[in-house]
Ligand binder design. Structure first.
Ligand code: PEP
Ligand code: MG
Length: 584
């Protein structure tokens, strides 16, 4: 029976496919399709992993001291029983042979399927055995991690299929939609190289970092869809409407036809926009506008160049630091990553932002931030300044990469003059260390993010110390309005058009213009076509956004006349309900 679930539209487009439920397992698992001749080897890997765990548990059982608590022996029995259960083994085999999932994916899928059955059990004791099953599967996965996968082929990419294709092709070769309770930004990044055509999560806000990564992947996504991971079952057909923020489960043929049509329209629009790739972004009245790209990984530079970005306005380097189980990238690794991005941009400028972990960007997803208010805690520059030795590793790597092209160095979340001074002192120290080593380094322009209201209010002080500013509207809105950007419960209050936010943005732009310093916006509002005209009217001439948004924003710019937009924007600023005013 068809039903729909509402959430937040975070990444545009339509995805139609079968649901893949991803559980809360704490081990990273790869999701890739295998080839026919790899089926036996994958089944064997699971078998060997399972046998190793059985042996381990039996050994533990044999060595159990006589006075060990009775519960311990009973627990081992339960685990052994679960391991040897037919439902687990036959299910895993099914996903490998019928769907060609790699071993880890098959195992976690079956875990999800059996987990649901446990959830539905009336008996509380049996219901609680789900946790045992999860532990057992995690153990197998750990063993399998040590066993080299024979999967060598790259994952097949999920071609966007039309509804016609889908009706003809109801086999395993259809697009897949990932449904999860929550995904960390690092998880999301892992799926970047993967096979999914759409994403749905129960939690998350519009500018949560998980949503941002989904947008950067240009894959339709809906977050904050509350109980979707409970209502949707493995293999259900789902439509992800990333424009309306709706997930339709088990759609009828008529609904499928309608969405298939919309999918084709979106494809056509995309193709039409690619013609603007080489057109300079100049308004009707001759104002040149700089369109830059936000990236998460060095390899993204190629995509930025492909869509005609004139530089990288924000390289979120924290993604190099995530999911590494405490082992941070050393100077050489970071240098090579930054150099790759710089060289990838072929002489165009690259703005490298120092690491911004914390809040909804934990270093490790298994390491839940237990601070009371992580967004207000030791994140971004505070985290870096807390460990100057580690901070200088990054600074030296960036300075060295600057030899290979034009580099800007950007600092997140500064709010205090003391932090600015400490940051600049660390740069001096990093330079001195390189000099002492006799290592070459290049010049960098220094910039600060304006993403805390305090920073916006003391913009003159910032301009005294920095060459350029970059307005991070995602955090500026979060901190101005006291709205956790990752919390769907307050997402209706997260408002880029709030008069207080607009006032701060307008003042920062105006002050930079007055002092002849460059300023850009690199938060999500820069890539929102509904905001383009207002930002132009406020005097903004540099926008940094996901590569996928650049051409749509360029189209708005080509149609705009800033002589008309400036007086209109002033009225929007003075209005006590800017959204309503703009709608007029
Ligand atoms: C911002 O806050 O607007 C920003 C660009 O930084 P991030 O989204 O990475 O916090
Ligand atoms: Mg920010």
């Amino acid at each position: 029976m068809t039903f729909s679930i509402s959430g937040l539209a975070v990444s545009r487009g339509i995805a139609i496919g079968r649901a893949v439920l991803v559980g809360s397992i704490r081990i990273d698992v790869a999701h890739s399709f295998i080839e026919l001749d790899q089926i036996e080897a994958e089944i064997d890997r699971v078998r060997r992993g399972r046998n190793a765990v059985v042996e381990e548990l039996q050994r533990l059982q044999d060595e159990l001291p006589h006075d060990a608590p009775h519960e311990l022996a009973a627990l081992l029995d339960v685990h052994l029983m679960l391991l040897q259960d037919e439902v687990l083994t036959t299910g895993v085999k099914h996903w490998i042979t019928e769907r060609m999932y790699n071993a880890e994916w098959a195992l976690t899928t079956q875990l999800e399927v059996i987990g649901r059955q446990f959830d539905e059990m009336e008996d509380e004791y049996l219901r609680e055995r789900k946790a045992d099953l999860e532990q057992v599967v995690e153990r197998i996965l750990r063993y399998m991690k040590g066993v080299i996968s024979p999967v060598a082929s790259p994952p097949r990419s999920p071609a966007r299929k039309t509804q016609q294709d889908l009706l003809l092709d109801d086999t395993m070769d259809v697009p897949l939609v990932l449904v999860a309770h929550d995904l960390s930004p690092a998880d999301m990044l892992q799926f970047k190289k993967s096979v999914f055509a759409g994403f749905v999560t129960d939690v998350g806000g519009k500018t949560s970092h998980t949503a941002i990564v989904a947008r950067s992947m240009d894959i339709p996504a809906v977050v904050g869809a509350r109980v979707s991971s409970q209502l949707v079952r493995q293999d259900d057909w789902v439509i992800v409407d990333g424009d309306a923020g709706v997930v339709i489960v088990d759609p009828s043929a008529i609904i499928l036809a309608e969405y298939g049509y919309r999918q084709r329209q979106i494809e056509l629009e995309r193709e039409r926009l690619t013609r603007l790739r080489h057109t300079p972004a100049i308004t009707l009245d001759g104002q040149r506008v700089e369109l830059l790209a936000n990236i998460e990984q060095p390899a993204d530079a190629a995509v930025a160049v492909r869509v005609g970005a004139v530089g990288i306005g924000l390289f979120r380097t924290e993604f190099l630091f995530m999911g590494r189980h405490g082992r941070l990238p050393d100077e050489e690794e970071q240098y090579l990553a930054y150099r790759e991005a710089v060289e990838g941009m072929q002489g165009l400028p690259v703005t490298i932002r120092t690491v911004d972990v914390g809040a909804d960007k934990p270093l490790d997803k298994s390491h839940k931030d237990t601070h009371l208010s992580p967004a207000l805690g030791l994140r971004a520059i505070r985290w870096s300044l807390d460990d100057p030795v580690m901070f200088r590793v990054q600074l030296r790597a960036v300075l060295r990469a600057a030899v290979h092209g034009s580099v800007n160095l950007l600092f997140p979340m500064l709010a205090h003059t003391s932090e600015i001074r400490q940051t600049l002192a660390q740069i001096e120290l990093a330079r001195a260390e390189l000099q002492e080593r006799g290592q070459v380094y290049g010049p960098v322009r220094l910039g600060a993010m304006i993403e805390v209201p305090a920073a916006a209010l003391m913009v003159r002080t910032f301009l005294h110390y920095f060459d350029f500013l970059s307005i991070g509207t995602n955090d500026l809105i979060q901190y101005t309005l006291a709205i956790d950007r990752a919390d769907e419960a307050v997402s209706h209050l997260y408002d880029p058009l709030h008069p207080a936010v607009l006032r701060l943005v307008a003042d920062v732009i105006a002050e930079c213009q007055a002092q002849g310093k460059s300023v850009s916006v690199c938060g999500e509002t820069a890539g929102d076509v509904d905001m383009t005209r207002l930002l132009l009217g406020l005097g903004l001439r540099s926008f940094s956004m996901h590569p996928a948004q650049i051409l749509a924003v360029k189209q708005e710019i080509l149609r705009a006349d800033t002589r008309k937009l400036a007086p209109w924007a002033r009225k929007v600023l003075l209005s006590d309900d800017p959204a309503a005013f703009m709608a007029l």
